[in-house]
Ligand binder design. Structure first.
Ligand code: 2P0
Length: 323
């Protein structure tokens, strides 16, 4: 006997960042975060549970993955096997659709797509809210990729109430321009980097307190469609996350000289009246929140400093899709 499920999930970029866990096992964050789902990259995943298999197999972009990577997937699928009371092994086939070799293949779209595919295959009929909690167990940022547009991941009080909620579909001239500075794998993973920051940065307490205020403020800005306020909070929050890492011991930084160059282009554009704001994650790439209608003006300016292939323009993306 075999049962099959297939789903697509889109990537997301945090505007209020998640950077630190209060519970490593259940992936409970120190603070609530808020992101924009983006349509330029996504993951499609098919899972087939089959009682003739003796072990799980995981293919990523058509390549069979090693035991360590497959173990992470197996542990995640175990959550669904337990809930659905099945013990069939599975074959998982995932494809990341990323513009060029962007290095944006995120665990967010990956675990969100896998969760949705497992839900489909096992006929568990989980709600989006429940699905976001399952996705969370794979990777924190995956919690938010269940929904489209602006999404909040509520930190919650325990493992049963830390989930994502949709805030707004972002279909009001919202876009992003992504500058690919370096697509190589990062030296320090998010998981290690955030743990190190929580343990050693004296700025960490101030960071968590600021996020509590920022999340309230950014939701008001979204409600009021106040783009300037939305952007200013985004840029400040991202910089503060990186400042918190600089305060770690030893200090941690994901920036490269070209990251600073891109930030300065954003500041220059703003002086000229184009409303745009940058944010960065656990890598050197720079993501610029902008009006979708002005994205090409920003792209053209960036082309004076970067190759065209390094610049990606995207609109807001939708939530998970069953295939
Ligand atoms: C975010 N990042 O909110 C933050 C900002 C990176 C910087 O979520 O350990 O891969 O699997 O929960 O989700 C990246 O961390 O980490 C991330 P785990 P994850 O988007």
């Amino acid at each position: 006997m075999a049962v099959r499920g297939k789903a697509r999930a889109y990537g997301n970029i945090a505007l209020i960042k998640y950077w630190g866990k209060r519970d490593e096992k259940n992936i409970l964050p120190m603070n609530s975060s808020l992101s924009l789902t983006i349509e330029c990259f996504y993951t499609e995943t098919e899972v087939v549970f089959d009682d003739s298999l003796n072990e799980d197999y995981f293919y990523l972009n058509d390549e069979l993955q090693d035991k360590t990577t497959t173990k992470k997937i197996s542990d995640f699928i175990d959550l669904f096997r337990k809930a659905a009371r099945i013990n069939m092994k599975a074959t998982v086939r995932s494809t990341n659709y990323v513009p060029t070799a962007a290095g944006l293949a995120s665990s967010a779209s990956g675990f969100a797509a896998l969760a949705a595919a497992c839900n489909h295959a096992t006929r568990l009929n989980l709600s989006h809210r429940e699905l976001s909690m399952y996705a969370r167990r794979g990777s924190g940022s995956a919690t938010r990729s269940i929904y489209g547009g602006f999404v909040e991941w509520k930190k919650g009080t325990n493992e049963e109430d830390s989930y994502a909620v949709p805030i707004d579909d972002a279909k009001w001239d919202i876009g992003m321009v992504i500058v690919i500075i370096n697509s190589k794998e990062k030296k320090v993973s998010s998981r290690e980097g955030m743990k190190h920051t929580v343990l050693t940065s004296p700025f960490y307490k101030a960071w968590v307190e600021t996020c509590e205020k920022d999340i309230k403020e950014i939701k008001l800005a979204i409600r009021d469609r106040d783009f300037e306020r939305l952007g200013l909070i985004t840029e400040r929050n991202g910089l503060m996350m990186h400042a918190t890492m600089l305060g770690a011991n030893p200090p941690l930084s994901y920036w490269e000289p070209d990251s600073v160059l891109a930030m300065n282009v954003v500041r220059e554009l703003r002086r000229k009246g184009i409303l745009c704001y940058f944010t960065m994650d656990a890598g050197p790439n720079v993501k610029i929140l902008c009006r979708l209608s002005e994205a090409n003006i920003i792209k053209n300016k960036l082309k004076e400093f970067f190759d065209e292939e390094q610049i990606i323009v995207t609109g807001p993306g939708p939530g998970i899709v069953l295939l």
